[in-house]
Design a protein around this ligand. Sequence first.
Ligand SMILES: *Cc1c(COP(=O)(O)O)cnc(C)c1O
Length: 395
Amino acid sequence: MATTFYPPQRTLMGPGPSDVSPRVLAALGRPTIGHLDPEFVTLMDEIKGLLQMAFQTDNQLTIPISAPGSAGMEACFVNLLAPGDKAIVCQNGVFGGRMKENVERCGATAIMVEDDWGTPVSVDKVSAAFAAHPDAKVLAFVHAETSTGVESDAAALCKIAADNNALSIMDAVTSLGGIELKVDEWGADAVYSGSQKCLSCVPGISPVTFSPKAVEAIQNRQHKVQSWFLDMQLVMGYWGGDSKRAYHHTAPVNAMYALHESLLMLEEEGLDLAFERHMFHHEALVKGLEAMGLNMLVDQSCRLPQLNLVQIPEGIEDAAVRSALLSQYDLEIGAGLGAFVGKAWRIGLMGQACYQENVLLCLSALDNVLAAQGANHERGAAVAAAMAHYDTVQQ
Ligand SMILES: *Cc1c(COP(=O)(O)O)cnc(C)c1O
Protein backbone atom coordinates (compact mmCIF):
# COMPACT_ATOMS: atom_id res chain seq x y z
CA MET A 1 0.00 0.00 0.00
CA ALA A 2 1.23 3.48 -0.78
CA THR A 3 2.17 5.68 2.16
CA THR A 4 3.20 9.30 2.59
CA PHE A 5 6.17 10.15 0.41
CA TYR A 6 9.21 11.55 2.21
CA PRO A 7 11.86 12.55 -0.33
CA PRO A 8 15.53 12.17 0.55
CA GLN A 9 17.45 15.36 1.35
CA ARG A 10 19.58 15.87 -1.77
CA THR A 11 22.00 18.54 -2.84
CA LEU A 12 20.99 19.50 -6.37
CA MET A 13 23.97 20.42 -8.54
CA GLY A 14 22.64 19.34 -11.90
CA PRO A 15 20.99 21.28 -14.74
CA GLY A 16 17.87 21.97 -12.64
CA PRO A 17 15.90 21.76 -10.53
CA SER A 18 18.35 23.48 -8.19
CA ASP A 19 18.25 23.54 -4.41
CA VAL A 20 15.09 25.25 -3.15
CA SER A 21 15.62 27.30 -0.01
CA PRO A 22 13.61 26.60 3.15
CA ARG A 23 12.19 30.11 2.81
CA VAL A 24 10.62 29.22 -0.53
CA LEU A 25 9.39 25.84 0.70
CA ALA A 26 7.79 27.57 3.69
CA ALA A 27 5.99 29.96 1.34
CA LEU A 28 4.70 26.99 -0.66
CA GLY A 29 3.04 25.53 2.43
CA ARG A 30 0.95 28.59 3.33
CA PRO A 31 -2.85 28.32 3.08
CA THR A 32 -4.31 28.16 -0.39
CA ILE A 33 -6.63 31.04 -1.26
CA GLY A 34 -8.85 31.58 -4.29
CA HIS A 35 -7.05 32.55 -7.47
CA LEU A 36 -9.35 35.56 -7.90
CA ASP A 37 -9.19 36.52 -4.20
CA PRO A 38 -8.23 40.21 -3.99
CA GLU A 39 -5.20 39.22 -1.88
CA PHE A 40 -4.04 36.89 -4.62
CA VAL A 41 -4.55 39.58 -7.25
CA THR A 42 -2.26 41.85 -5.21
CA LEU A 43 0.31 39.05 -5.10
CA MET A 44 0.08 38.65 -8.89
CA ASP A 45 0.84 42.35 -9.32
CA GLU A 46 3.87 42.06 -7.06
CA ILE A 47 5.11 39.01 -8.97
CA LYS A 48 4.87 40.98 -12.23
CA GLY A 49 6.93 43.79 -10.73
CA LEU A 50 9.54 41.40 -9.36
CA LEU A 51 9.79 39.64 -12.72
CA GLN A 52 10.33 43.01 -14.40
CA MET A 53 13.20 43.57 -11.96
CA ALA A 54 14.71 40.16 -12.74
CA PHE A 55 14.35 40.56 -16.52
CA GLN A 56 15.49 44.22 -16.32
CA THR A 57 12.48 45.33 -18.33
CA ASP A 58 9.53 47.70 -18.24
CA ASN A 59 7.51 45.38 -20.50
CA GLN A 60 3.88 45.39 -19.36
CA LEU A 61 3.39 41.84 -20.57
CA THR A 62 5.72 40.19 -18.05
CA ILE A 63 4.05 37.26 -16.35
CA PRO A 64 4.57 33.74 -15.05
CA ILE A 65 3.00 31.06 -17.24
CA SER A 66 1.44 28.28 -15.19
CA ALA A 67 3.59 25.52 -16.67
CA PRO A 68 7.30 24.66 -17.02
CA GLY A 69 9.93 26.37 -19.18
CA SER A 70 8.95 24.30 -22.20
CA ALA A 71 5.51 25.94 -22.10
CA GLY A 72 7.16 29.37 -22.03
CA MET A 73 9.09 28.33 -25.12
CA GLU A 74 5.93 27.20 -26.84
CA ALA A 75 4.08 30.38 -25.82
CA CYS A 76 6.68 32.55 -27.55
CA PHE A 77 6.57 30.58 -30.79
CA VAL A 78 2.82 30.05 -31.11
CA ASN A 79 2.06 33.71 -30.43
CA LEU A 80 4.63 35.20 -32.80
CA LEU A 81 4.50 32.74 -35.70
CA ALA A 82 1.71 31.80 -38.09
CA PRO A 83 1.52 29.31 -40.96
CA GLY A 84 3.75 30.36 -43.85
CA ASP A 85 6.15 32.45 -41.73
CA LYS A 86 9.90 32.01 -41.73
CA ALA A 87 12.06 31.89 -38.61
CA ILE A 88 15.83 31.77 -38.31
CA VAL A 89 16.66 29.29 -35.55
CA CYS A 90 20.11 29.01 -34.00
CA GLN A 91 21.13 25.58 -32.81
CA ASN A 92 24.25 24.87 -30.76
CA GLY A 93 22.78 22.25 -28.44
CA VAL A 94 19.59 20.44 -27.47
CA PHE A 95 17.29 23.40 -26.94
CA GLY A 96 17.78 24.97 -30.38
CA GLY A 97 16.48 21.66 -31.75
CA ARG A 98 13.32 22.04 -29.71
CA MET A 99 12.88 25.54 -31.11
CA LYS A 100 12.95 24.07 -34.61
CA GLU A 101 10.19 21.62 -33.59
CA ASN A 102 8.12 24.52 -32.30
CA VAL A 103 8.54 26.54 -35.49
CA GLU A 104 7.51 23.64 -37.67
CA ARG A 105 4.48 22.81 -35.54
CA CYS A 106 3.30 26.40 -36.11
CA GLY A 107 3.29 25.67 -39.83
CA ALA A 108 6.28 27.97 -40.29
CA THR A 109 9.66 27.25 -41.89
CA ALA A 110 12.82 27.03 -39.80
CA ILE A 111 16.02 28.34 -41.37
CA MET A 112 18.69 26.64 -39.29
CA VAL A 113 21.98 28.26 -38.24
CA GLU A 114 24.04 25.48 -36.71
CA ASP A 115 27.12 25.69 -34.55
CA ASP A 116 29.16 22.98 -32.88
CA TRP A 117 28.14 21.73 -29.47
CA GLY A 118 30.25 23.58 -26.91
CA THR A 119 30.56 26.77 -28.96
CA PRO A 120 28.38 29.90 -29.01
CA VAL A 121 25.99 30.90 -31.78
CA SER A 122 27.96 32.55 -34.59
CA VAL A 123 26.79 36.14 -35.01
CA ASP A 124 28.27 36.20 -38.53
CA LYS A 125 26.32 33.14 -39.62
CA VAL A 126 23.13 34.73 -38.32
CA SER A 127 23.84 37.90 -40.32
CA ALA A 128 24.42 35.75 -43.41
CA ALA A 129 21.13 33.93 -42.80
CA PHE A 130 19.27 37.24 -42.70
CA ALA A 131 21.00 38.34 -45.91
CA ALA A 132 19.74 35.15 -47.57
CA HIS A 133 16.29 35.35 -45.94
CA PRO A 134 15.40 39.04 -45.45
CA ASP A 135 11.75 38.04 -45.02
CA ALA A 136 12.42 36.05 -41.82
CA LYS A 137 9.96 37.19 -39.19
CA VAL A 138 11.66 35.78 -36.11
CA LEU A 139 15.17 35.06 -34.87
CA ALA A 140 15.26 32.42 -32.12
CA PHE A 141 18.27 31.50 -30.01
CA VAL A 142 19.25 30.14 -26.62
CA HIS A 143 21.08 32.58 -24.37
CA ALA A 144 22.47 29.95 -21.99
CA GLU A 145 22.60 26.46 -23.55
CA THR A 146 22.08 24.08 -20.65
CA SER A 147 23.09 21.06 -22.71
CA THR A 148 26.56 22.48 -23.40
CA GLY A 149 27.22 25.12 -20.72
CA VAL A 150 27.73 27.85 -23.31
CA GLU A 151 26.65 31.50 -23.31
CA SER A 152 25.87 33.19 -26.62
CA ASP A 153 26.05 36.92 -27.32
CA ALA A 154 22.40 37.77 -26.72
CA ALA A 155 22.86 41.53 -27.11
CA ALA A 156 24.41 41.15 -30.57
CA LEU A 157 21.81 38.60 -31.68
CA CYS A 158 18.86 40.76 -30.58
CA LYS A 159 20.40 43.69 -32.45
CA ILE A 160 20.72 41.71 -35.69
CA ALA A 161 17.07 40.72 -35.39
CA ALA A 162 15.97 44.32 -34.82
CA ASP A 163 18.16 45.60 -37.68
CA ASN A 164 16.43 43.11 -39.95
CA ASN A 165 12.93 43.97 -38.81
CA ALA A 166 12.50 40.59 -37.15
CA LEU A 167 11.35 39.75 -33.64
CA SER A 168 13.82 38.02 -31.34
CA ILE A 169 12.81 35.01 -29.26
CA MET A 170 15.33 34.29 -26.52
CA ASP A 171 15.52 31.21 -24.31
CA ALA A 172 16.64 32.54 -20.93
CA VAL A 173 15.65 29.50 -18.89
CA THR A 174 19.12 28.98 -17.45
CA SER A 175 20.34 32.57 -17.64
CA LEU A 176 17.68 34.41 -15.59
CA GLY A 177 19.14 35.22 -12.18
CA GLY A 178 22.52 33.65 -12.96
CA ILE A 179 24.16 35.93 -15.52
CA GLU A 180 23.48 39.39 -16.92
CA LEU A 181 20.18 39.49 -18.81
CA LYS A 182 19.05 42.93 -19.99
CA VAL A 183 15.80 42.50 -21.87
CA ASP A 184 15.16 46.21 -22.57
CA GLU A 185 18.73 47.32 -23.18
CA TRP A 186 19.31 44.43 -25.60
CA GLY A 187 15.94 44.93 -27.30
CA ALA A 188 14.78 41.33 -26.86
CA ASP A 189 11.16 40.85 -27.97
CA ALA A 190 10.01 37.58 -26.43
CA VAL A 191 11.92 35.96 -23.59
CA TYR A 192 11.01 32.89 -21.56
CA SER A 193 12.57 31.34 -18.50
CA GLY A 194 11.94 28.71 -15.84
CA SER A 195 11.42 28.77 -12.11
CA GLN A 196 13.72 25.87 -11.18
CA LYS A 197 17.09 26.99 -12.47
CA CYS A 198 18.82 30.11 -11.12
CA LEU A 199 15.64 31.37 -9.43
CA SER A 200 15.76 28.22 -7.25
CA CYS A 201 12.01 28.00 -7.02
CA VAL A 202 9.98 24.81 -7.37
CA PRO A 203 9.66 23.57 -10.97
CA GLY A 204 6.56 24.18 -13.03
CA ILE A 205 6.39 27.92 -13.70
CA SER A 206 7.72 29.82 -16.70
CA PRO A 207 8.29 33.57 -16.45
CA VAL A 208 7.89 35.26 -19.84
CA THR A 209 8.16 38.82 -21.08
CA PHE A 210 7.02 40.37 -24.38
CA SER A 211 8.16 43.75 -25.74
CA PRO A 212 5.59 46.32 -26.96
CA LYS A 213 6.61 45.36 -30.52
CA ALA A 214 5.86 41.70 -29.80
CA VAL A 215 2.52 42.61 -28.19
CA GLU A 216 1.59 44.61 -31.26
CA ALA A 217 2.44 41.64 -33.49
CA ILE A 218 0.25 39.41 -31.31
CA GLN A 219 -2.64 41.89 -31.45
CA ASN A 220 -2.38 42.13 -35.24
CA ARG A 221 -2.43 38.40 -35.87
CA GLN A 222 -4.60 37.16 -38.72
CA HIS A 223 -4.51 33.54 -37.56
CA LYS A 224 -5.86 32.44 -34.21
CA VAL A 225 -3.06 31.14 -31.98
CA GLN A 226 -3.15 27.34 -32.33
CA SER A 227 -2.95 26.82 -28.57
CA TRP A 228 -5.90 27.97 -26.53
CA PHE A 229 -4.07 27.72 -23.20
CA LEU A 230 -1.01 29.68 -24.35
CA ASP A 231 -2.84 32.35 -26.38
CA MET A 232 -1.40 35.53 -24.85
CA GLN A 233 -4.48 37.57 -25.79
CA LEU A 234 -6.50 35.35 -23.45
CA VAL A 235 -3.81 35.05 -20.79
CA MET A 236 -3.51 38.86 -20.75
CA GLY A 237 -7.13 39.06 -19.66
CA TYR A 238 -6.19 37.12 -16.55
CA TRP A 239 -2.80 38.65 -15.72
CA GLY A 240 -3.70 41.91 -17.48
CA GLY A 241 -2.75 45.46 -16.65
CA ASP A 242 -6.15 46.58 -15.36
CA SER A 243 -7.76 45.50 -12.13
CA LYS A 244 -10.50 43.43 -13.79
CA ARG A 245 -9.34 39.83 -14.01
CA ALA A 246 -11.21 37.36 -16.16
CA TYR A 247 -11.05 33.67 -15.34
CA HIS A 248 -8.77 31.89 -17.78
CA HIS A 249 -7.34 29.00 -15.79
CA THR A 250 -6.74 28.34 -12.11
CA ALA A 251 -3.28 29.61 -11.29
CA PRO A 252 -1.09 27.27 -9.23
CA VAL A 253 -1.68 29.47 -6.20
CA ASN A 254 0.87 27.96 -3.82
CA ALA A 255 3.55 27.74 -6.50
CA MET A 256 3.03 31.48 -7.01
CA TYR A 257 3.72 32.07 -3.29
CA ALA A 258 6.97 30.19 -3.84
CA LEU A 259 7.87 32.16 -6.97
CA HIS A 260 7.16 35.43 -5.16
CA GLU A 261 9.46 34.43 -2.29
CA SER A 262 12.28 33.31 -4.59
CA LEU A 263 12.08 36.60 -6.49
CA LEU A 264 12.10 38.52 -3.21
CA MET A 265 15.30 36.71 -2.27
CA LEU A 266 16.83 37.75 -5.59
CA GLU A 267 15.73 41.34 -5.07
CA GLU A 268 17.14 41.41 -1.53
CA GLU A 269 20.49 40.10 -2.72
CA GLY A 270 20.53 42.36 -5.77
CA LEU A 271 21.04 41.20 -9.34
CA ASP A 272 24.66 42.30 -9.54
CA LEU A 273 25.63 40.51 -6.36
CA ALA A 274 23.80 37.39 -7.49
CA PHE A 275 25.76 37.40 -10.77
CA GLU A 276 29.04 37.97 -8.88
CA ARG A 277 28.24 35.10 -6.53
CA HIS A 278 27.70 32.73 -9.43
CA MET A 279 31.03 33.75 -10.99
CA PHE A 280 32.93 33.60 -7.71
CA HIS A 281 31.89 30.04 -6.81
CA HIS A 282 32.25 28.92 -10.42
CA GLU A 283 35.89 30.01 -10.30
CA ALA A 284 36.45 28.05 -7.10
CA LEU A 285 34.81 24.96 -8.64
CA VAL A 286 36.90 25.17 -11.81
CA LYS A 287 40.15 25.60 -9.85
CA GLY A 288 39.25 22.54 -7.81
CA LEU A 289 38.28 20.39 -10.79
CA GLU A 290 41.43 21.34 -12.67
CA ALA A 291 43.59 20.60 -9.61
CA MET A 292 42.09 17.09 -9.78
CA GLY A 293 43.23 16.82 -13.39
CA LEU A 294 39.74 17.22 -14.87
CA ASN A 295 39.16 19.30 -18.00
CA MET A 296 36.46 21.88 -18.63
CA LEU A 297 34.82 21.30 -22.02
CA VAL A 298 33.90 24.88 -22.82
CA ASP A 299 36.31 27.70 -23.58
CA GLN A 300 36.60 30.20 -20.76
CA SER A 301 35.37 33.05 -22.98
CA CYS A 302 31.84 31.63 -23.23
CA ARG A 303 31.51 29.40 -20.15
CA LEU A 304 28.36 29.65 -18.09
CA PRO A 305 29.21 30.00 -14.40
CA GLN A 306 25.95 28.32 -13.42
CA LEU A 307 26.45 25.21 -15.56
CA ASN A 308 29.84 23.56 -15.81
CA LEU A 309 30.65 20.95 -18.44
CA VAL A 310 33.38 18.63 -17.22
CA GLN A 311 34.98 16.06 -19.48
CA ILE A 312 34.65 12.50 -18.18
CA PRO A 313 38.20 11.09 -18.01
CA GLU A 314 39.26 7.94 -19.89
CA GLY A 315 38.47 4.74 -18.05
CA ILE A 316 35.91 6.32 -15.73
CA GLU A 317 32.38 5.02 -15.84
CA ASP A 318 29.90 7.88 -16.14
CA ALA A 319 26.80 6.28 -14.63
CA ALA A 320 28.72 4.59 -11.79
CA VAL A 321 30.17 7.93 -10.68
CA ARG A 322 26.83 9.72 -10.72
CA SER A 323 25.11 6.91 -8.89
CA ALA A 324 27.86 6.82 -6.22
CA LEU A 325 27.56 10.58 -5.74
CA LEU A 326 23.81 10.18 -5.27
CA SER A 327 23.84 7.16 -2.99
CA GLN A 328 26.90 8.03 -0.88
CA TYR A 329 26.70 11.84 -0.81
CA ASP A 330 23.07 12.62 -1.67
CA LEU A 331 24.56 14.76 -4.41
CA GLU A 332 23.01 15.08 -7.86
CA ILE A 333 25.07 16.21 -10.82
CA GLY A 334 23.85 16.10 -14.41
CA ALA A 335 24.65 13.59 -17.13
CA GLY A 336 25.67 14.71 -20.61
CA LEU A 337 22.89 15.42 -23.11
CA GLY A 338 22.80 14.82 -26.85
CA ALA A 339 26.32 14.92 -28.34
CA PHE A 340 27.77 14.90 -24.81
CA VAL A 341 26.10 11.72 -23.54
CA GLY A 342 28.78 9.68 -21.75
CA LYS A 343 31.37 12.38 -22.48
CA ALA A 344 30.61 15.09 -19.95
CA TRP A 345 29.10 15.79 -16.58
CA ARG A 346 27.07 18.92 -16.04
CA ILE A 347 27.70 20.47 -12.66
CA GLY A 348 25.16 23.14 -11.83
CA LEU A 349 25.80 26.10 -9.56
CA MET A 350 22.35 27.55 -9.93
CA GLY A 351 20.78 29.98 -7.50
CA GLN A 352 20.66 28.56 -4.00
CA ALA A 353 22.94 25.67 -5.05
CA CYS A 354 25.71 28.20 -5.65
CA TYR A 355 27.50 28.41 -2.32
CA GLN A 356 30.89 27.43 -0.91
CA GLU A 357 29.58 24.42 1.02
CA ASN A 358 28.23 22.90 -2.20
CA VAL A 359 31.43 23.53 -4.14
CA LEU A 360 33.47 21.85 -1.40
CA LEU A 361 31.02 18.96 -1.08
CA CYS A 362 31.08 18.34 -4.81
CA LEU A 363 34.88 18.47 -5.04
CA SER A 364 35.51 16.21 -2.06
CA ALA A 365 32.84 13.73 -3.17
CA LEU A 366 34.29 13.58 -6.69
CA ASP A 367 37.79 13.23 -5.21
CA ASN A 368 36.67 10.13 -3.30
CA VAL A 369 34.42 8.59 -5.93
CA LEU A 370 36.94 8.98 -8.75
CA ALA A 371 39.72 7.57 -6.57
CA ALA A 372 37.51 4.55 -5.82
CA GLN A 373 37.17 4.12 -9.61
CA GLY A 374 40.94 3.97 -9.99
CA ALA A 375 41.74 7.57 -10.95
CA ASN A 376 45.19 8.55 -9.69
CA HIS A 377 44.90 12.27 -9.07
CA GLU A 378 46.48 13.86 -6.02
CA ARG A 379 44.02 13.33 -3.21
CA GLY A 380 42.83 16.49 -1.50
CA ALA A 381 44.24 18.80 -4.18
CA ALA A 382 40.79 19.84 -5.42
CA VAL A 383 39.47 21.08 -2.10
CA ALA A 384 42.81 22.76 -1.36
CA ALA A 385 42.70 24.65 -4.66
CA ALA A 386 39.13 25.79 -4.07
CA MET A 387 39.97 26.82 -0.49
CA ALA A 388 42.93 28.82 -1.78
CA HIS A 389 40.45 30.70 -3.98
CA TYR A 390 38.13 31.29 -1.05
CA ASP A 391 41.00 32.40 1.18
CA THR A 392 42.61 34.85 -1.20
CA VAL A 393 39.68 36.44 -3.00
CA GLN A 394 37.58 38.91 -1.06
CA GLN A 395 33.92 37.99 -1.34
C1 LIG B 1 15.46 23.49 -18.59
C2 LIG B 1 15.44 24.20 -19.90
C3 LIG B 1 14.28 24.29 -20.68
C4 LIG B 1 13.00 23.57 -20.34
O1 LIG B 1 12.48 23.93 -19.13
P1 LIG B 1 11.43 22.93 -18.40
O2 LIG B 1 11.05 23.68 -17.16
O3 LIG B 1 12.21 21.68 -18.14
O4 LIG B 1 10.31 22.69 -19.31
C5 LIG B 1 14.33 25.02 -21.84
N1 LIG B 1 15.47 25.63 -22.24
C6 LIG B 1 16.61 25.54 -21.53
C7 LIG B 1 17.83 26.25 -22.02
C8 LIG B 1 16.62 24.83 -20.34
O5 LIG B 1 17.75 24.75 -19.62
